[in-house]
Design a protein. Structure first.
Ligand SMILES: C[S@@+](CC[C@H](N)C(=O)[O-])C[C@H]1O[C@@H](n2cnc3c(N)ncnc32)[C@H](O)[C@@H]1O
Length: 255
């Protein structure tokens, strides 16, 4: 524990404390036949985060939490590994594995240093996991190391604009006001929270992904469908219909 980077130690304590609040949502997501993503439950049929040809492929979820994304991939025939920094989140994941009779490795660890050899996976995914809570300068090169040439990395995270507009208090929704400077943002700590988030700008993401050996295939700015509802107080439907509240990056490791 003491040899973990400071932000990983802090996020471990935070997620161990929050895990019980996320168990019910994890349970609902495990039960879904058709995956939906992010704040607005946008269907997989619209965002296509999971590759069509995932059956028989090696896949890893970086910051798997309750591991419903891993479960969706395992049900599609992938050989899946989930890694998460919080033992309490993994306890929910293990309970749900038992309930649904799905068995795949769940590792307790830091997605910035994954105990697997180079080129072990064809696909890596993170939904508000390592892509939000781990240091991009560490987890992106690590994802590149883990993937085979031609392998894909997909992640879904708050948009950079959301990070600029989100109020300091989570219970207050974003408005059309920019609350913090864009330059020099990246690491973000909300007042009163012990956790640490990372919000690189688009330029920083592009530079880091390319330097790490990825080509960028798509950047989807998620537009919630009519009638969508947020479970999170920090963004309203009205806001998210005008500006991107979350974004999906799809990248491929150079051959
Ligand atoms: C919002 S959850 C996302 C996971 C999943 N989509 C879910 O909702 O259960 C964030 C997860 O990222 C994990 N996490 C944070 N930092 C991490 C790190 N450095 N390595 C691995 N997992 C990490 C947390 O422990 C937490 O379970």
């Amino acid at each position: 524990m003491n040899d973990l980077p400071e932000h990983v130690r802090r996020n471990r304590a935070a997620w161990d404390a929050w895990a019980s609040e996320y168990a019910a949502a994890g349970e609902r997501a495990w039960a879904l036949e058709h995956p939906t993503w992010g704040i607005w439950d946008v269907p997989e049929s619209e965002l296509a985060l999971l590759p069509d040809d995932i059956a028989g492929k090696d896949a890893i979820e970086l910051g798997c939490g309750t591991a419903y994304v891993s479960a969706w991939m395992a049900r599609r025939g992938a050989r899946v590994v989930g890694i998460d920094n919080s033992e309490a989140q993994l306890a929910t994941a293990r309970r749900l594995q038992g309930k649904y009779g799905l068995d795949f490795p769940l590792l307790h660890g830091n997605a910035e240093t994954v105990p697997y050899p180079d080129a072990s996976f064809d696909f890596a995914i993170s939904e508000y996991g390592a892509c939000l809570w781990a240091d991009p300068q560490r987890w992106v090169p690590e994802a590149a190391r883990l993937l085979r040439p031609g392998g894909r990395l997909v992640f879904l995270v708050n948009s950079f604009l959301m990070a600029l507009c989100a109020p300091d208090e989570e219970a207050v929704a974003a408005t059309d006001r920019l609350r913090r400077p864009a330059f020099g943002l990246c690491r973000l700590e909300f007042p009163g929270e012990t956790s640490v988030e990372f919000h690189p700008s688009h330029g920083d993401w592009i530079r880091l992904l390319r330097q790490s050996g990825f080509e960028i295939e798509d950047l989807i700015e998620v537009w919630p469908p009519a009638g969508a509802a947020s479970h999170y107080p920090f963004v309203t439907f009205d806001w998210a219909r005008q500006w991107p509240s979350e974004e999906v990056w799809k990248v491929r490791k150079r051959e």
